[in-house]
Structure formats: C-alpha cells, structure tokens
Design a protein. Structure first.
Length: 373
C-alpha cells in the first residue's frame, strides 16, 4: 500500500456516522494555543508562556472494515487511506493525513499496537493563523489512540510524540511549545514552561486583563517560511558562543561578538527569554504589555519574522486605548496577533481595530474571543 492519496470530495463536512456508517469507539479533542510571550525560544531550550484557545480539534476513531486506515477531514472534506502497520519508511501523504500517519507510527514506535482504524477529524482551530492547528490535531489524535488502546502515556509524553510527528512527518523542525500547550494548558491560565526541563507552572493572567487574538489575513506556511533557517542560525550562534543552547547565554551583550545576522538572532532569543522570566514573576497588565510590545519589536527587527501586515495590525492595537500590549504570535511570516487588553473590552476593541485595518486588501478577523461566546 502506498502512503495514501488524499481525495477531495463533494458533500461538505460530514459526521463520523455519515462517513463510516457506525458510531465511533472513542472521541477526543485538544485545543489550539496562542503564545503570549517567548517566541522562537523553545528550540533554544528557553522559556515560553502560551495559553489554550477555546477552539478545539476533535478526533473520533472506530474499527476499519478492512486492513487499512481510512481518514476523513470534515472541514476540508478530504479523505485519505493508509496501510495499517505499514513500513516505517512509508512516504508521508499530503495534507492532514501526514499528521495522522505520524501520530499512528509514533504510537506504534512506543510499543502500542494500533488496529486498522476509521479516523474522523473536525476542527474549529483556524488553520494557518499561527494558533497551532497541527499541534491540536496531533494531541487530539494521540489522546484518541490512548483512549482506544488504554496505553499508559502521560500528557507530557503525548506532547513529545506530537512534536516528533511534526518534525518527522511534516518536516518542520519545531520546538515543544505548541504540543505542550495543546496537551497541558487551559484557556484560563498562562502555561509558563521551561522547554529544556519541561518544568511548568500555570499562572493567572495579569489582573484586569484578557486576551484578544486577531488574524491578519496573511496566510503563512511554517515549512516554507524560513523557520528551519532561523533555527539553524540559532544553533550556529550558540555553537560560536560555546554554549549548549542560546538559553545558556544570559547577557544580550554577548551576542555582539557574532557576525550578522547571527548577532541579532541571538539577541532576540536572549532578550525574549528574559522577558518571559520577568513576566513569570507576576507583572501588572501594563508591565506585561510592555514586554509584549518589546517582543514584537525584537521579532520584527532582530529576528525578522514579521511582515508589513502584522506590523500594521500590531501598531493599530498598540495605539488603541484599553490595549496593554500587542505582538505577532506563533512563528510569524503572517498569521495572527495577540493583545492583552482591559477585561471585558476584547470583543469591542477587536471589532474597532479590524475596521481600521485594511492592508493591501487583507481583512482582519477576531478569533479570540469567539463571536457570540
Ligand atoms: C511554531 C513552532 C513552535 C515555536 C513557534 C515560535 O509555532 O511549532 O515550536 O518555535 O513557532 O515560537
């Protein structure tokens, strides 16, 4: 059996029962995430501070009628077929199926047998917005496999397997933040995570503040976005500084010894780690917001992962009364911005900022808080 062709289909999103003709055996879900502080620090063994968003991805599983895995992504109305127990070097199929193939293969690599399955995916996590729709899919799929088989896998291990699926099967040399957030964060707290040790604490949001997330309308693709290139630059910077990772370089002045662009890349990571550690001490909303603004400037100027539309949206947010701070969130190169705003004002601020925002025909869209929630 080959790695499975994705077939589009007519008919729109359909429920598990309608696609596979019976009820699923298990159904599990996992949220997307938005990162408040600590961008491009996780693959440098550094510190991050994401939270879960209300939107979730759901994966339902049931037995397959034949020896193959049958996959259906309801939102895309796409199907794929995979061999069950296939060769470890089975080529990755296109689209959503590659993430599921990765989860199934890694689950098997942990020593758990996976029977031939029907797999149904539905998601309300926006795709391509930097809110970790792929991590939500991986964690939901791994949770469903755990429920189905009774495998003894911790939430932390699920996050690690999800990350491996992303690296090995989607080709993105990502850190652990997204999968840890999807597996261990909730939407009421900030997850302060040391990505080297996986030590973590759930922290309250700064008093008097809530989260606003606006999609810039500029789509991004991680793999083609220079993400892997940034990571390689950081590793080279650490090597030249004689450090195991940039997390071990506490003083931004040390970066000055490096050639460009390594010097600016390292400065971003070192100052960003410092901002997260300061925020973890418990800051006022105003002081937290200042760190977010500084983070955006650093991502724009030193790390060079912003784009004009994100800068425009962030500037609009930062100029709006009631906004404590704003920045791009996720890998950058497009996607969403996150802002910390006065409690009770996120929906109204989001709407007014979106009205003002119109860059090169792009349209902003408020993703958090969810409309009508
Ligand atoms: C993506 C990756 C994460 C992290 C962020 C940037 O979301 O998957 O591991 O590196 O980019 O902070």
């Amino acid at each position: 059996m080959s790695g499975g062709a994705a077939e589009g289909g007519a008919g729109g999103a359909r429920a598990y029962e309608a696609v596979f003709g019976a009820a699923p055996a298990v159904r599990e879900s996992a949220p997307g995430r938005v990162n408040l502080l600590g961008e491009h620090t996780d693959y440098n063994d550094g510190f991050v501070m994401p939270t879960a968003i209300p939107q979730r991805t759901t994966v339902a599983l049931g037995p397959s009628p034949d020896g193959r895995h049958h996959l259906y992504a309801a939102d895309l109305d796409e199907r794929a077929t995979l061999s069950a127990g296939g060769a470890a070097d089975e080529p990755a199929p296109p689209g959503f199926a590659r993430y599921l193939l990765g989860c199934i293969r890694l689950f098997e690599r942990e020593g758990f047998a996976v029977p031939p399955l029907c797999v149904h995916v539905s998601s309300r996590v926006p795709m391509g917005a930097g809110l970790s729709s792929s991590a939500a899919l991986e964690v939901a799929a791994l949770r469903a496999l755990r429920s189905l088989t009774g495998a003894a896998l911790s939430d932390e291990r699920i996050a690690e397997l999800g990350q491996r699926a992303e690296i090995e099967f989607a080709g993105v040399n990502c850190g652990i933040m997204d999968q840890m957030a999807s597996s261990l964060a909730d939407a009421r707290h900030l997850l302060f995570l040391d990505t080297r040790t996986l030590a973590r604490r759930l922290l309250p949001l700064p008093a008097g503040a809530e989260i606003l997330v606006i999609d810039s309308g500029v789509a991004r693709t991680l793999a083609s976005s220079g993400y892997n290139e940034r990571r390689a630059e950081c590793e080279e910077a650490a090597r030249r500084l004689g450090a195991r990772a940039l997390r071990d370089v506490p003083d931004p002045a040390a970066a000055a010894a490096l050639p460009e662009p390594l010097s600016r890349r390292a400065r971003h990571v070192i100052t960003e780690n410092r901002r997260v550690l300061e925020a973890a001490e418990g800051l006022s909303a105003g002081a937290f917001g200042e760190r977010m603004n500084a983070s955006h400037a650093s991502l724009r100027d030193d790390y060079e992962v912003s784009v004009p539309a994100l800068d425009a949206l962030v500037a609009l947010l930062q100029a709006t009364p009631g906004v404590f701070g704003a920045r791009l969130t996720g890998a950058g190169f497009g996607g969403a911005c996150v802002a910390l705003v006065a409690s009770g004002q996120a929906a109204a601020i989001g709407e007014s900022v979106c009205r003002e925002y119109d860059t090169a025909g792009q349209r902003g869209r408020v993703l958090v808080p969810e409309r009508g929630a």
